[in-house]
Design a protein around this ligand. Structure first.
Ligand SMILES: Cc1cc2nc3c(=O)[nH]c(=O)nc-3n(C[C@H](O)[C@H](O)[C@H](O)COP(=O)(O)O)c2cc1C
Length: 165
């Protein structure tokens, strides 16, 4: 069983989080969707998908470009964990909403999704990445709560480690 991270990043924040998750899990492979075709995901049984939210609740550009190919994948029999970056202060009504779009698509492609997290400690008004009082994955806010990032990653990795490796 092999695991890899696929992500996209517009200003480097998701890039940094992807690297930290990889080191924390023991240097698993990391692919940037800016220069990797989405069908590379087919090579792995377990994948971590991540990226930031742009526009007003939209996917970032590289996710946008990869989207059509991504939507053609068959993720049944795959275990997927998700992470997203956003700014809960400036985009309080669409905080990390792109993660919600990725989640919905991953579910419709029949993956098993793990790694939901509590919304406690965040102060946004609304997010499409939220179901009741849970986010659908790890949520990082480098703009306002960067001091919490390492601990959030560490707790999440601990939570998913057994199932994602
Ligand atoms: C023009 C612009 C639009 C943004 N839109 C959103 C948004 O709708 N929701 C959100 O949570 N964050 C939004 N953000 C914040 C980014 O998602 C955040 O800064 C993130 O850490 C960037 O990660 P990246 O460098 O990996 O792309 C926006 C930032 C900018 C500059």
């Amino acid at each position: 069983m092999s695991t890899a991270i696929f992500y996209a990043s517009s200003t480097g924040n998701s890039d940094e989080v992807a690297s930290k998750i990889s080191s924390s899990l023991g240097e698993i492979e990391v692919f940037n969707l800016a220069n990797t075709k989405a069908d590379k995901i087919n090579d792995y049984d377990k994948v971590i998908l991540g990226g930031s939210t742009w526009g007003d609740g939209e996917l970032n550009d590289d996710w946008e470009d990869a989207w059509a190919d991504f939507c053609k994948l068959d993720l049944s029999n795959k275990t997927v964990a998700l992470f997203g970056l956003g700014d809960q202060e400036s985009y309080s009504d669409e905080f990390c909403s792109a993660l919600g779009a990725i989640y919905k698509q991953v579910v419709s492609l029949k993956a098993k999704v793990i790694g939901f997290t509590s919304t406690e400690g965040y102060y946004h008004d609304a997010s499409k990445a939220q179901i009741d009082n849970k986010f659908v994955g790890l949520v990082i806010d480098e703009d306002n709560q960067s001091d919490l990032t390492d601990k959030r990653i560490e707790d999440w990795v601990k939570d998913i480690k057994e199932e994602i490796l």
